[in-house]
Design a protein around this ligand. Structure first.
Ligand code: PLP
Length: 423
């Protein structure tokens, strides 16, 4: 082997579009910075309230039926090959039947495209909608992968607001004001990450009517479908598919608590067939064909995962979530300097506003999170990562005892840094 001599490697130019798209996910860098502030000499456990991944906690282990379904899929030897380009037929059928339970019409397997997690569905939709000049309306606060994938696809995005004083509902008037002739879609997330809101039937109907008026589709991110524990039931946006075409994004990551299994779907909840007629489904299938497949093993397990997980699994998980959401809300409500506008009723997150005048020597939300990590070993996401300066995003999908400990540390931190003028 010749190791000698200098080679002028021709590759290595940075791709600026990639860095620019990735920078849309400001939250990642901010959370990494907060983790960097942790004091390693603190003997107490770190309380991770930043990212919503409940899988480390035994109380949030997936259903035994789901685990058995994957084991059986492996043992059958039937799922070792290349799956078909839109998904294993039985899995598409099972998802169609599952989603149809909650809709006033029946979906068929042809209405379903399986994806490698919901994030893959977001990637596909942002790519498919990116025709020259078009734009999409995204919520603020929201889920930053939408911005990143839109940016990478060259799709313009505009932010409409969620309204904290109205239970984080969509600012429907704002949506109308933002839209123009080039707007093709509005994205909603329901149940909502990061606010914990669950949208009512009436509110969803209003969104559908607005989309109809504007001639745009609704992309409804329902990765937290049925992940509700308040007074409001979950209503799928697809219920309003007659009014305006709805693309529903979902998957098993959150409800079954298996984000690592990477199984999601894009569903055409569009009984009038507008998305078909306008070739949106064709584009989705073409893009999917040159993208990736979810693992065949998990696809093979989907029918049994859905059929065999009984209601008690979901009821038990929602019972714990109701308890942790309530605890989070009550403890924060009793803490000076933080305001929680709305008790979370769904998803794994809540947004909390900081009143900076209540604190002494804390500059902003980022400084709050860094000092909190350093002094109390509690990690929280600064709202700045979601264009919400002086807000915090907190997950309560954490073991209840650990969460209680973490919230008490937040309270003592706030007391210790209280502004003397306010006391
Ligand atoms: C977690 C999450 C996703 C990603 O789902 P995966 O199936 O893990 O890819 C998408 N959208 C929202 C709003 C989420 O919270």
């Amino acid at each position: 082997m010749d190791g000698g001599g200098e080679v002028a490697w021709r590759f290595g130019a940075a791709k600026p579009e990639l860095a620019a798209a990735s920078a849309q996910i400001k939250m990642r860098a901010l959370v990494a910075r907060v983790y960097g502030c942790l004091d390693k000499s603190d003997p107490r456990a770190v309380v991770p309230l930043a990212s919503g991944d409940p899988t480390p906690f035994p109380c949030f282990r997936t259903s035994a039926a789901a685990e058995q379904a994957v084991t059986a899929a492996v043992a059958s030897g039937k799922h070792n090959g290349y799956p078909s380009a839109t998904g294993v037929a039985e899995a598409c059928s099972a998802v169609a039947t599952y989603l149809s339970r909650y809709l006033p019409y029946e979906l068929s397997a042809d209405d379903i495209v399986l994806t490698a997690g919901c994030n893959h569905g977001i990637e596909i939709m942002m790519a498919v909608l990116a025709t020259p000049g078009s734009n999409v309306l995204l919520p603020r606060p929201g889920y930053p992968l939408y911005e990143a994938r839109a940016a990478l696809s060259g799709l313009e995005f505009r932010h409409y607001d969620l309204l904290p004083e109205k239970g984080w509902e969509v600012d429907v008037r704002g949506v109308e004001a933002l839209a123009d002739d080039n707007t093709v879609a509005v994205v909603i997330v329901n149940p909502n990450n990061p606010s914990g809101a669950v949208y009512s039937f009436q509110h969803l109907a209003e969104i559908a009517e607005t989309a109809r008026k504007l001639g745009i589709m609704v992309i409804s991110d329902e990765i937290y479908e049925h992940f509700v524990f308040g007074s409001k039931p979950f209503v799928p946006m697809g219920v309003f598919g007659e009014i305006a075409p709805v693309v529903t994004l979902g998957g098993i990551s959150k409800r079954w608590m298996v984000p690592g299994w990477k199984l999601g779907w894009i569903a055409m909840t569009d009984p009038k067939g507008v998305l078909r007629e306008k070739k949106i489904l064709d584009s989705i299938i073409i893009y999917r064909g040159i993208s990736v497949d979810p693992a065949a093993i998990v696809q093979g397990a989907v029918p049994q995962i859905i059929a065999n997980t009984d209601e008690t699994f979901f009821t038990n998980v929602m019972k714990v979530m109701r308890e942790t959401a309530e605890m989070c809300y009550q403890k924060l409500k009793a803490t000076k300097g933080v305001t929680c506008h709305h008790k979370p009723e769904g998803s794994m997150f809540v947004m909390v506003k900081l009143d900076m005048s209540c604190f002494d020597g804390i500059d902003d939300d980022i400084d709050f999170c860094c000092k909190l990590a350093k002094e109390e070993s509690v990690v929280i996401s600064p709202g700045s990562g979601l264009c919400m300066e002086n807000w915090l995003r907190i997950t309560f999908a954490v073991d209840p005892l650990l969460l209680e400990d973490g919230l008490e540390r937040v309270t003592s931190f706030c007391l210790r840094h209280a502004s003397p003028i306010m006391n």
